[in-house]
Design a binder for this molecule. Structure first.
Ligand code: IVH
Length: 719
């Protein structure tokens, strides 16, 4: 602890907030080195001093205690100590609705997808969205076999022993239940138990907790289930995973079954038909919210009939048959102290408002995104005024900020009466603040419209872009290299020594070799590393020398190519060689490769162009070439449902379909592993033509592609 720190008694509130943020990051860094790398870089005494300082500031400013404060971390057990469980069915999240119109859109989209008139005939359930943590509990032959947290949706943590301490959760189910039952729902702590626990903590001179949800999460993720047992956790059942038999054919029926089996279910669940009824129930639950003894953050609507749920299916992360109507976010007033510009991976200059720290819904907010130049001016994407009266944002302004869930805080409006007389309009930089290159707003080739994003033209010259690119490359859904996070990338990027630096992605994979031949600068002699962590790092890097194709494509950091697009590309092209070659060929806009790329369902022209542009840049080709000497992208699986005759085939639907809507037919085909294209090419396997089919049918005949009726298609896919 440096001697020049201001005594805690003399700290102003804003200084305190800033220091708590700094301490949270610093202590987390030391924890990570200590637990994750066995390589502490400070003495125990210095570490304790940091924790004491954090505590002293929090005692003086209890309102500033952060969610991520070191004093809040429940237990010191690294989460990796829980075994992992792969969910038999993924645990998905829900789409959100924020307004009555969003709810109307949701209901409308359900009818549209099913090809029905919106006549109020489809039943929906509405129930509170519990603010806890979701859990999947598996029973085999009536006995609880395991329980897992949601985790990343695919794999979660095995918390079986802890769940068994929750009285609401039966260990055995009544006789006659299906052989396999997975009940899903929310673990939560009541508001009254939370307050009582906090009172006790305070009486014992211990630090109190922030909110019931964090406390529930912390209580559950205890390695010692005895600790969990002392916390009064509760459970509501509202969904399911694998079921060897379905005991009901509606959402409500399923939940009633769970109730009969001994699970608590929420009493406010209702079955409704019209949008008006749904919205009225939302208001009703909103009115009851303060009196409920558990935290809720919205109302969840689900299509009641399970056969309709099945027809509606899923998008990549959420079901089409459900949505969460959120309660309004929390708001607060604060000041804009400064506007900083951050430069991202694709060179986008993003302005960020630095705010006088303020607590919004229990969390200290210090930044708000200002998106782009027009947003600061009060203009939307089409030049329309945004915020109630299109006020611009100036340094020194008093603003209303809003925080909704975990999203980045937004500026709702400017309080014009409080604008300082000398406040001047913000001038957006014309040059990149990092590399000094010109920063420009591109014009859309066809519409001539000015893009809202200002971009640095420096490309590889720009340090910020190069570093952000590397951070993206190692991020969780890309190469996900343990021990090589954003902080380490900063360090390796700045390194002066060629035996140590990482300037481009291939350098990650040559680091070990360079280190072996270097006598001067050994990583293990550098503060914060040490022998054990260096070995771990090199092992982690070697572990990624073979990688799924979609991760590889995503990691390249091509503009507009997110995870979903990367998966589409991997599935379409199968191997990196095929993909790379096709992208180079597609530079010729009259080529088959270009039209094939555009025919991939889910890839539009803007994305296609961005990919082709990326491959045109010789520097990218050079970096990928070096990368491929180190790393092997694995061939993508042709389709998830092998055995199905349409898996891996390319289908085009044309004309009007009678049994399905177009969206539904497409989702169904994709679910069976087929690719659905928008236009007919040599690569098309089947054209499914309904009445009124025109040019696509002619093209199919010309290319000799097999044409079938909707009935024949249904027969092929098994009805
Ligand atoms: S249904 C496939 N119902 O909200 C959909 N979720 O944003 C399964 N949640 O991870 C979820 N209350 O943790 C559903 N009544 C409720 C809920 C609920 C809370 C949580 C759940 C889920 C998250 C989705």
């Amino acid at each position: 602890m440096p001697a020049d720190k201001t005594p805690v008694e003399d700290l102003a509130e804003d200084q305190a907030a800033a220091e708590l943020a700094q301490l949270a990051a610093e202590i987390a860094h030391h924890d990570e080195l200590y637990h994750g790398h066995d390589a502490p870089e400070v003495s125990d005494a210095d570490y304790d001093a940091l924790k004491r300082r954090n505590e002293a500031i929090e005692i003086r400013f209890p309102q500033l205690v952060r969610d991520d404060s070191p004093s809040r971390r429940v237990g010191s057990a690294p989460l990796a100590s829980f075994a992992q469980i792969t969910h038999s069915r993924p645990m998905l999240s829900l789409d959100n609705a924020f307004s009555d119109d969003d709810v109307r859109d949701f209901v409308g989209s359900v009818y549209r997808f099913l090809g029905q008139m919106p006549d109020g005939s489809i039943a929906f359930t509405a129930e509170p969205k519990i603010d806890g943590l979701s859990m999947s509990i598996r029973y085999e032959n009536g006995r609880l076999v395991h329980a897992a947290t949601r985790g990343d949706g695919t794999t979660g943590e095995n918390v079986t022993e802890n769940i068994k301490t929750i009285k609401d959760v039966p260990n055995r189910l009544p006789a006659g239940v299906p052989a396999v039952v997975e009940v899903r729902g929310e673990v939560y702590m009541t508001k009254s138990d939370f307050l009582a626990l906090n009172e006790k903590m305070a009486a014992d001179g211990k630090q109190t907790y922030v909110n019931p949800r964090n406390t529930a999460a912390g209580s559950l993720r205890q390695l010692d289930p005895k600790v969990t047992a002392t916390r009064k956790l509760k459970f509501f059942a509202y969904a399911w995973g694998e079921m060897s038999e379905m005991p009901a054919d509606t959402q409500l029926g399923m939940v009633e079954t769970f109730r009969d089996w001994g699970f608590p279910v929420n009493p406010l669940m209702k079955r409704l038909f019209s949008v008006e009824e749904i919205i009225a129930h939302y208001s009703e639950i909103g009115l009851q919210r303060p009196d409920l003894d558990y935290e809720i953050d919205g109302v969840v609507y689900k299509v009641d009939r399970l056969d309709l749920q099945q027809r509606l299916g899923f998008r990549s992360r959420s079901p089409r048959w459900a949505t969460a109507h959120k309660f309004p976010a929390e708001q607060a007033f604060t000041h804009v102290e400064r506007i900083d510009i951050q430069v991202g991976r694709t060179g986008a200059l993003t302005p960020v408002a630095r705010l006088t720290p303020i607590t919004v819904g229990g969390v200290v907010v210090t930044n708000a995104t200002l998106h782009n130049e027009d947003y600061i001016k009060g203009l939307g994407n089409s030049g329309e005024p945004i915020r109630p009266e299109g006020h611009d944002i100036r340094i020194g302004d008093t603003i209303i900020v809003q925080r909704a869930g975990d999203v980045i805080p937004q500026v709702l409006d400017v309080v014009m009466e409080k604008r300082p007389a000398d406040a001047v309009a913000y001038e957006f930089p014309k040059k990149c603040p990092v590399c000094g290159s010109h920063a420009v707003r591109e014009r859309h080739e066809k519409t001539g419209k000015l893009d809202s994003v200002t971009r640095c033209t420096g490309g590889f010259v720009c340090r910020a872009q190069a570093v952000e690119h590397l951070k993206h490359f190692v991020s969780r859904n890309a190469f996900d290299i343990e021990g090589l996070g954003a902080k380490q990338i900063d360090f390796f990027f700045e390194a002066e020594d060629p035996n140590l630096w990482i300037k481009t992605a291939p350098d990650i994979f040559t680091l070990k070799k360079r280190q072996e031949t270097s006598h001067l600068l050994k990583l293990e002699n550098i503060d914060g590393f040490g022998k054990v962590s260096v070995k771990k790092l090199f092992d982690a890097i070697d572990g990624r020398r073979s990688i799924a194709l979609h991760r590889f494509i995503y990691a390249l950091g091509i503009r507009h190519v997110g995870e979903t697009t990367a998966k589409l590309l991997a599935r379409h092209y199968g191997t990196y060689d095929a993909f790379g070659q096709a992208m180079r060929d597609a530079a010729d806009l009259s080529s088959e490769a270009w039209s094939d790329l555009n025919s991939i369902e889910g890839i539009g022209e803007v994305v296609a162009r961005a990919i082709v542009e990326f491959f045109k840049e010789p520097r990218n080709g050079e970096v990928i070439g070096r990368l491929l000497e180190e790393v092997t992208p694995e061939a993508a699986e042709a389709a998830s449902t092998s055995g199905c005759p349409v898996a891996g085939k390319t289908v085009v639907f044309t004309g009007s379909l009678e049994r399905f809507t177009r969206d539904e037919a497409k989702a169904r085909a994709e679910g069976l592993g087929a690719k659905v294209a928008g236009s007919v090419s040599k690569k098309t396997d089947y054209v499914v033509a309904g009445p009124g089919a025109g040019s696509k049918l002619a093209k199919a005949a010309e290319l000799g592609v097999q044409v079938m009726t909707e009935e024949e298609w249904l027969e092929l896919i098994g009805g």
